[in-house]
Write a protein that binds this ligand. Structure first.
Ligand code: WTA
Length: 633
């Protein structure tokens, strides 16, 4: 661990000096890690050039910092408790020594299969310790991991494998989430058919479902591990060598592969976790995210291990076998730091309070949220019912692109306000911009587009294989700044409140989805001429998906048509992208240049269709009345 901030006064002083001398601050943060060789330069490059680098010339391996360096003093400390889908499955915990051994063995397996530094490896797995082992083993040999959330379809998996030319896929035979079995190997087989770059598929056994097998290509994890040595010397990496790619949705086209590098990411996730959650060595820290999202990368796998903490890997869902599951797990492991999504909180607060009261939550010291704005009602329920009115809530704002938390309270240090991510972390300088003048909005009590003024170590270094998209998405709208895609308010006290995306990205249950991706999937239906997707307020998911579409045939049975649309979207993207509502319309509101006016559709979807403002720029304003009068299914 580095040096933790311990008071609000100290925060203010450290923050001011970190902005005055960023390089000094980030050099200090990097000191406490094991480097084979220290960096030559702390920082170089700029947003304008899109060539930001941190700790260049530094040599390290992140897994030595996650594992090896803890062995002498804390080898017998639990690194992960594993909580299986079935609450009655026998207990399983891995100490730091055991995790180190497994990672070394699997690193040897990867090398024996010809995976080398710089090669890409796709990981499509259940939430068991093996997903962390696979991830860390890649990092240990310098292979670039690309984890794909195990809820994505075969096509989405194939797209991601093809985009980065992955050489190997690591998966399970299946996974069990609640009562549902997901046949990961079948889905992988379907994907790999379209992925000629995949040489090997390693299959980790988790379920009993029958699977197909291709000799020569497929191999069992347990067979390969049997003879593998538990000695492995980590490959030396440059600070700016790639660590991983993680795909995330943007406002246009296919998901973008965000590239993170070794040194800056390591320093950033470790120091943000330590400061925001104010962790100590005997804490039990549980983040309920999935390793397939950035939250899982940074704050299930890397951050907690870098800090030498005991974490929890949770395979199930908050609702299985009943809505008390999260609280039962907190009770079971005496969790002190609990980090989840507003969607989970909103879903659980609808359930009988008995599900909370049956469990002893007195171990909890700090609560966190991430991924989407939290409404005040959910914030208060979380604070009162889970935190017993005395645990600080850290509402952490950040993104796949930022690598780690950016604007967030520090637990017990920053005064909190419901719904507010509050203040920037040290080294992070946010600003609000005026969309029309492109000028910075100064002062307090204002609202605008959220940008970041200076590079930070955890930031994305590029979009895999598409430099132009990297530049146009993040650095073009406001030259000299990083554009987040979020809207934000700064109140009279200078506290930040994220208001939601200002681009065509939806945030559904904390999952990022591009409207264009869903539209393209729906357009594949042979009866659909054109689809337009917008978000609308949803009381559990935060944002629901509303699909307007024109069809070339009359639709006799809208309910079964909706089911066809759901099946199609599940097949092409994932069940998480299924529209909540569909409405078949005669025409979509378009400007003369052919652009769909989503503002109008958003207002109608939100039930605010009575006051649509100026519609005179539409080619055919009469479509609006028809849409307003129509029915959604
Ligand atoms: C949203 C998740 C409000 C935001 C770590 C951002 C939030 C997007 C918060 C990134 C928060 C994340 N309050 N909104 N505390 N945290 N967001 O890439 O719109 O999956 O741009 O990363 O989630 O989603 P991503």
């Amino acid at each position: 661990m580095g040096s933790k901030i311990t008071s609000f006064e100290e925060y203010k002083a450290v923050y001011n000096s970190s902005i005055a001398d960023r390089e000094l601050y980030w050099a200090e943060q990097a000191e406490s890690f094991d480097w084979h060789k220290k960096w030559d330069t702390i920082h170089s490059g700029s947003f304008e050039e899109g060539n930001v680098k941190w700790y260049e010339g530094g040599k390290l391996n992140i897994t030595e910092n996650c594992l090896d360096r803890h062995l002498d003093e804390n080898g017998d400390k639990v690194a992960f408790h594993f909580e299986a889908n079935d609450p009655d499955e026998g207990p399983r915990s891995l100490t730091y020594r055991e995790l180190h051994e497994e990672v070394c063995k699997f690193a040897n397996v990867l090398e024996s299969k010809g995976v080398e530094k710089g090669d890409r490896v796709a990981i499509y797995m259940a939430m068991t310790p093996e997903i962390a082992i696979a991830t860390l083993a890649c990092a240990r040999i310098g292979a670039v991991h690309s984890i794909v959330f195990a809820g994505f379809s075969a096509q989405s998996l194939a797209d991601r494998i093809q985009d980065c030319d992955a050489k190997m896929l690591i998966t399970n035979d299946g996974l069990q989430r609640g009562t549902k079995l997901v046949p990961l190997k079948d889905i992988s087989d379907e994907a790999v058919e379209h992925c000629p770059t995949i040489e090997n598929v390693i299959v980790c056994k988790r379920t009993e479902n029958d699977i197909d097998w291709e000799d020569g290509r497929d191999e069992w994890w347990h067979d390969l591990m049997e003879d593998a040595s538990s000695e492995h010397e980590a490959v030396e990496m440059d600070a700016e060598d790639p660590l991983f790619i993680l795909y995330t949705s943007g406002s246009t086209g296919a998901p973008k592969g965000q590239l993170h590098t070794c040194g800056g990411y390591m320093v950033y996730v470790s120091s943000t976790l330590e400061n925001v959650f104010q962790v100590d060595q005997d804490d039990v820290y549980w983040c309920t995210a999935d390793a397939g999202w950035i939250t899982g990368h940074s704050y299930i796998i890397y951050g907690p291990l870098l800090n030498g903490l005991t974490g929890v890997i949770f395979e199930s869902t908050p609702m299985y076998p009943d809505p008390g599951r999260l609280w039962q797990v907190v009770d079971k492991y005496d969790v002190t730091h609990f980090y989840t999504s507003p969607t989970a909180i909103r879903a659980l607060m609808k359930e009988d309070i008995e599900y909370v009261q049956q469990h002893d939550l007195s171990s909890i010291e700090v609560l966190g949220t991430v991924g989407e704005p939290i409404n005040e009602e959910a914030w208060h329920w979380y604070h009162d019912k889970i935190g017993n009115g005395k645990c600080p809530i850290v509402d952490t704002w950040w993104q796949t692109e930022t690598g780690g938390m950016m604007i967030s309270p520090m637990a017990g240090i920053t005064p909190t306000k419901p719904g507010y991510a509050t203040l920037p972390l040290p080294g992070i300088e946010p600003a609000l911009m005026d969309d029309s003048t492109k000028e910075e909005i100064k002062g307090n009590g204002v609202q605008g587009d959220l940008v970041i003024k200076q590079p930070w170590p955890g930031m994305t270094r590029g979009v895999w294989g598409d430099e132009e998209r990297y530049m146009s998405t993040y650095f073009e709208k406001y030259p000299g700044y990083y554009f987040t895609g979020d809207g934000c308010k700064r109140d009279e006290d200078g506290y930040y409140r994220i208001t939601g995306r200002v681009d065509d990205v939806l945030n559904v249950s904390g999952h990022r989805l591009g409207t264009a991706e869903i539209e393209n999937a729906i357009d594949e239906h042979n009866k659909v001429v054109e689809a337009a997707i917008v978000g609308y307020p949803h009381d559990v998911k935060g944002e629901g998906i509303y699909a307007f579409m024109t069809c070339d045939d009359s639709i006799e049975n809208p309910e079964s048509f909706k089911k066809e649309i759901h099946d199609l979207v599940s097949k092409i993207i994932s069940p998480i992208a299924k529209p909540d509502k569909i409405q078949i319309v005669e025409g979509l509101p378009k400007t003369r240049s052919g652009k769909i006016m989503r503002r109008i559709l958003r207002q109608i979807a939100a039930g605010e269709g009575d006051d649509l403002g100026d519609t005179s720029t539409l080619v055919d304003p009469s479509v609006v009345d028809e849409i307003r009068a129509g029915k959604a299914y």
